[in-house]
Unconditional design. Structure first.
Length: 257
């Protein structure tokens, strides 16, 4: 088995698919597997091939998917590239094998396990993005820039950024993915862009959560005031707002002593 691996970035993923597909035309699709890095433990009798991103190859794959299958199929693929599921890259490859064979009708094949796995990945990523639209909390730095920290499982920072671009278009803000050390940056009245942070930049930005202003205090006060003690239900609260998503929520933060 020949296993193609790449970093967890869109350009690298699409390039990995391109190279793996080219090799599959020679040795067969069943002899090919794809995985995102890091690979914690390599299997003994398989050959591993690392692939670096290539913009030209990535664009070819994207263009082919949109032209030969559909724009909606590419959107499913894009969401799947953001997934943290271990089999996400292989699931994309399997889906494209079906998609290039049948064209735009692929999304109607609900009995096909590869199609259903793709739809499941899109649903999970979409749900996580929707949750963080609600759970994101911004810190105001001298009322000049707003910073939010998230630790999502999937790479949804740009999806969340798209949501806030419609709601805070005339503010400077950034949403930071602490797991991946990336940031969705929004300049005032500008367009969102993705920034890969250096270690020094990330360490500096981590300190932004130490800032507090009147809005931070107002939010904590609101959270306490609206609570009805007699109707507290921590099981329901954990279902609606899981503990792993609360780390950067100001209302759950331990107060300073």
């Amino acid at each position: 088995m020949k296993i193609y691996t790449c970093k967890d970035r869109l350009e690298d993923i699409m390039t990995c698919i391109y190279d793996a597909w080219s090799e599959a035309l020679r040795i067969g699709h069943d002899q090919i597997q794809l995985k995102k890095e890091p690979i914690l433990q390599q299997t003994m009798f398989d050959e591993y091939v690392h692939v670096d991103g290539d913009n030209v190859k990535a664009e070819k794959v994207i263009r082919s998917v949109r032209r030969d299958i559909s724009d909606e199929a590419y959107l499913d693929v894009y969401y799947a590239t953001l997934s943290a599921e271990e089999d996400a890259l292989q699931a994309i490859y399997n889906f494209l094998r079906v998609g290039f064979a049948v064209g735009s009708k692929v999304l109607e094949q609900y009995s096909n396990p590869h199609v259903m796995r793709m739809l499941e990945l899109r649903r999970k990523v979409g749900n996580e993005s929707h949750h963080f639209n609600e759970f994101a909390r911004f810190q105001s730095l001298d009322r000049k820039v707003y910073v939010s920290h998230l630790e999502p499982k999937s790479d949804v920072v740009m999806l969340v950024g798209r949501h806030f671009a419609d709601r805070m278009p005339s503010e400077h803000w950034m949403i930071i993915d602490d797991n991946r050390k990336t940031a969705c940056v929004h300049p005032k009245d500008g367009t969102n862009y993705l920034r890969y942070l250096t270690d020094d930049e990330f360490e500096s930005l981590r300190k932004t959560e130490q800032y507090e202003d009147e809005y931070t205090k107002m939010w904590k006060t609101f959270f306490q005031v609206v609570a009805i003690k007699e109707r507290e239900n921590y099981v329901c609260q954990r279902n609606l707002f899981p503990i792993w998503k609360r780390k950067h929520a100001v209302e759950f933060r331990t107060p300073k002593i």
